[in-house]
Write a protein that binds this ligand. Structure first.
Ligand code: 9GP
Length: 833
């Protein structure tokens, strides 16, 4: 629909007036039917959980028919499909999202209202499906939504973790990790598919055998088998286009239970094998960089990749029998980071050892099927597995990796750099040393047809700094696909006020074409629209203030500036830079409590990896500083600091629409992309950030004048780093020195001097690896600019509207179309009913 050209404010549309009464009645009847016949209770007795389950059962009625239509269309058309392998899918809650995508939310809300229920309240019963750590897992979830919405043939494959990312509690200011058993009472969205169970071999040894024709072959004699049980979660495309499948594998023992041992009285021993096998899908690793559990982690990766590849082969063979000549033209496999790399030698092994193809045939297929996305330059997150673990768990795969490596080094490398052993050892998949290691990223690059980074700057660094020699060999292999987020979840579902405004100015199709939102730009100077936009923001802030009161016990004023930093806690993301600034602001308020500043609320949410001590210390420091500030009457409520516990997708949906400022303050060159930065801008927050990751592209769209950019650039960081001395900055800046020294006192931690000293120590004695002190002054200046602009309501509203209106390119539909066109060569399919 064309955008309106009038200048008067669009009238607020009363959602209830558009809801069809007959649909509400039918929906209500369905919910009641499910309550009675599926859940086994009645409206009089039902708990909120039961109502939620009945609601899901009602939604599922709509979903499964569409799923069958989708699968039949894809099977019939038999075009190329993508198989997205990811160790993480951070799906969050599905109910409101699915209702929204089916365009049934309003109907469901009205139907529940007739039972005297509030839909948002009922949907609070749904546990978050937190099967991921952060950005990487949430990206995979947004991509599934877009794949389904854009009707691309696809399957997402991952692990059915029994426990998702830990639940964070804050006790006495400190993070405490509790298990997150997200499906303790079952998950009504998932369907078990016993007919597609897989058995996965593990361990043992490889025997060399001579074939009758005299050639040598390898036979793997595994020492154990693990059963992979698939659970399917339907992913509903917007307006019910197609329904994609996310298939998650649960590990089980092939022997359910050892009866003989049990009968002989070994009640515990009888369970041993079962528990060992189940351990594989028990937990999501909350940290990519510790030593602990390496063996288990590699087993997890192998387990889900092996199950997925067998599933892919099974489906392929259904229409192509044992002829693999079309495999690569029908199957694209995307490796989401290095976690699923083991799928490469596993496909080689399946094709050679089980399907009887030659090495050359198998390599031809494998190297045309795989693609790899890099999501980080941090060395500790680029996986390397000790060779001895491979020898123990995956001896045949190690043999194949050696073969791939040998052919690579003696083929392309020798041809390009004849006799250059230094180059060979640099590019080798095997890292020599006291402990020899398999470099998974090298295996990905050597095998994959395309290697992409996730934002323009990151892709440039992947090509030029991380893999420069590979780029010399294969310059065209490297490309960029800037990340994106789904506007269905991140505007339409979580910010209904803003969604209505976009309906009015951009027509109702903007969730399918986010560029349409640009229509709002021409109203950015108009007072009525500014007022409406800021009223929506204010309402969201009121709602968040209520949540903060409930979760943190702190009263915050919705008229204050809400400054938000929510993301995993990591030194490179620099939550401690934010904290130092807050301390400096507090200090200046103590010195002059009457100064004319905009009241501010600093909002944090972050989980720290359990073994990352400094990250946990930063959480403690934020809470300690917050406690002091929030209770200090001298500053007259001008400053508040809250740390919202257990940050997760469902909290993000409440926090992001209420933010005025989005803190994206990583050291330039370290945040590959960021995706919350996109969500914040879409919802009208101004970015206070560095020129890093996708911030650069956000500012390109929304204008540098509408955001607060500060700090060293990537080039400046690279130049400064080798000669950086944090003491120079500490000694030269009076204010900075004072706040850093404050950390050493017991001002914020009465009776516990030194409780915050580890942060000071990391900044001074440990060399400040992420240049916090170097960026402090310009960070402070950026805050001062933000303060000034916030006082000018019209200017702020205009900037917020322009940010929101110009985020079209950050729809994950655009990212997925980029992948589909440039990497996967997929065709969108019209789903036949
Ligand atoms: O740290 C990156 C983050 O910047 C990016 O937005 C996200 C999705 O591409 O991936 C994160 N990387 C990881 O979580 C681990 O590689």
């Amino acid at each position: 629909a064309a955008a309106k050209t009038t200048t008067s404010a669009p009238k607020a549309v009363k959602a209830t007036s558009t809801v069809d009464k007959a649909q509400v009645k039918a929906f209500k009847e369905q919910v009641e039917k499910h309550l009675r016949t599926t859940i086994g209770t009645s409206p009089e007795k039902a708990s909120k959980l039961a109502w939620w389950q009945a609601l899901v059962a009602t939604v599922n009625e709509d979903i499964f028919g569409r799923l069958t239509d989708t699968q039949q269309t894809h099977a019939k058309n038999d075009t190329r499909a993508v198989h997205y392998l990811s160790a993480e899918f951070l799906m969050g809650r599905l109910t409101i999202n699915n209702l929204t995508n089916l365009e049934k939310f309003d109907v469901a809300r009205e139907a529940l209202k007739e039972f005297g229920l509030d839909i948002n309240d009922i949907c609070e019963e749904e546990p978050d499906m937190a099967l991921g750590n952060g950005g990487l897992g949430r990206l995979a979830a947004c991509f599934m939504d877009s794949l389904a919405t854009c009707n691309y043939p696809c399957v997402g494959y991952g692990i059915h973790y029994e426990n998702g990312l830990f639940r964070q509690e804050i006790r006495a200011g400190k993070q405490v990790e509790r298990p997150d058993s997200w499906r303790e009472y079952g998950c009504p969205w998932e369907v078990c598919r016993p007919e597609s169970v897989q058995n996965i071999p593990l361990g043992g040894y490889v025997e060399k055998q001579t074939a009758p024709d005299g050639s040598q072959c390898s036979v793997w004699h595994p020492s154990s088998m693990i059963k992979g049980v698939p659970w399917d979660i339907p992913v509903v495309g917007y307006r019910g286009s197609s329904v994609a499948i996310l298939r998650l594998w649960e590990s089980r023992s092939t022997e359910q239970f050892n009866w003989d041992v049990f009968n002989a009285g070994g009640y515990v021993d009888a369970q041993t094998e079962k528990s060992l096998a189940e351990t594989i899908s028990k937990v999501l690793y909350p940290n990519d960089s510790t030593e602990a559990g390496k063996e288990l982690r590699l087993t997890q990766q192998y387990f889900f990749c092996a199950c997925s590849l067998r599933d892919i082969l099974r489906r392929y063979k259904r229409s192509h029998h044992n002829d693999f000549s079309e495999f690569a033209s029908k199957i694209a496999i995307q490796l989401n980071d290095t976690h699923p790399t083991i799928a490469i030698p596993e496909l080689m092994r399946l094709l050679i050892d089980e399907e009887g193809l030659s090495y050359e045939q198998a390599w031809d297929i494998t190297s045309k099927s795989f693609n790899y996305t890099n999501h980080t330059l941090l060395p500790e997150a680029l996986e390397k597995w000790p060779v001895y673990i491979f020898e123990k768990l995956l001896p045949r795969h190690l043999e194949l990796i050696y073969e791939i490596n040998f052919r690579f080094l003696n083929g392309p490398v020798e041809a390009k750099w004849p006799g250059n052993n230094e180059m060979k050892s640099k590019l080798s998949i095997i890292e020599e040393g006291e402990v020899r290691k398999v470099r998974m990223a090298n295996l990905c690059v050597i095998t994959s047809e395309h290697v992409n980074g996730v934002a323009k700057i990151h892709s440039k660094l992947v090509k030029e700094d991380l893999f420069p020699d590979y780029a010399q060999l294969w310059p065209n292999k490297f490309c960029n696909v800037t990340n994106g987020v789904t506007p269905r979840r991140w505007i339409l579902s979580c910010n209904r006020g803003l969604a209505e405004l976009y309906n009015d100015v951009a027509g109702k199709d903007w969730p399918l074409d986010l560029d349409k939102c640009e229509a709002l730009k021409k109203y950015a100077d108009k007072k009525e629209y500014q007022d409406r936009f800021m009223k929506i923001k204010h309402d969201n802030k009121v709602a968040l203030a209520k949540t903060i009161k409930e979760l943190c016990g702190v009263e915050v004023d919705p008229n204050a500036l809400f400054d938000v930093q929510v993301k995993r806690l990591h030194e490179y993301k620099r939550q401690h830079l934010n904290l130092l600034y807050i301390m400096s602001l507090y200090k200046s308020l103590l010195e002059d409590p009457d100064q004319d500043i905009v009241p501010q609320v600093f909002i944090f949410g972050a989980k720290a990896a359990p073994a990352y001590t400094l990250a946990k210390d930063i959480i403690f420091a934020i809470n300690a500083v917050g406690e002091k500030i929030n209770n200090d009457l001298r500053i007259k409520g001008k400053l508040k600091v809250v740390f919202i516990p257990n940050y997760r997708v469902s909290l993000a949906e409440k926090i992001i629409p209420a933010a005025d400022i989005s803190e994206q303050i990583s050291t330039a060159g370290y945040e590959a992309s960021g995706t919350s930065n996109m969500k914040f801008s879409m919802n009208g927050a101004l970015t206070l950030g560095t020129m890093d990751g996708a911030n650069i592209e956000i500012v390109e769209q929304a204008g540098i004048e509408n955001n607060f950019i500060f700090g060293l650039s990537v080039e400046e960081v690279q130049k400064l780093k080798p000669r950086y001395n944090p003491w120079d900055y500490y000694n030269a800046d009076h204010d900075l020195k004072a706040v850093v020294d404050w950390l050493d006192s017991d001002f914020f931690t009465p009776g516990q001097p030194g409780a915050l000293s580890s942060i000071k120590s990391s900044l001074l004695n440990n060399g400040d690896p992420f240049l916090v002190l170097a960026d402090f002054a310009s960070y402070k200046a950026a805050h001062q600019r933000a303060q000034k602009m916030f006082k000018d309501k019209a200017k702020w509203a205009k900037a917020a509207m322009i940010n929101s209106a110009t985020m079209g390119i950050f729809s994950s539909d655009r990212s997925i179309k980029d992948y589909a066109t440039n990497i996967w060569t997929l065709k969108s399919q019209l789903i036949k009913k």
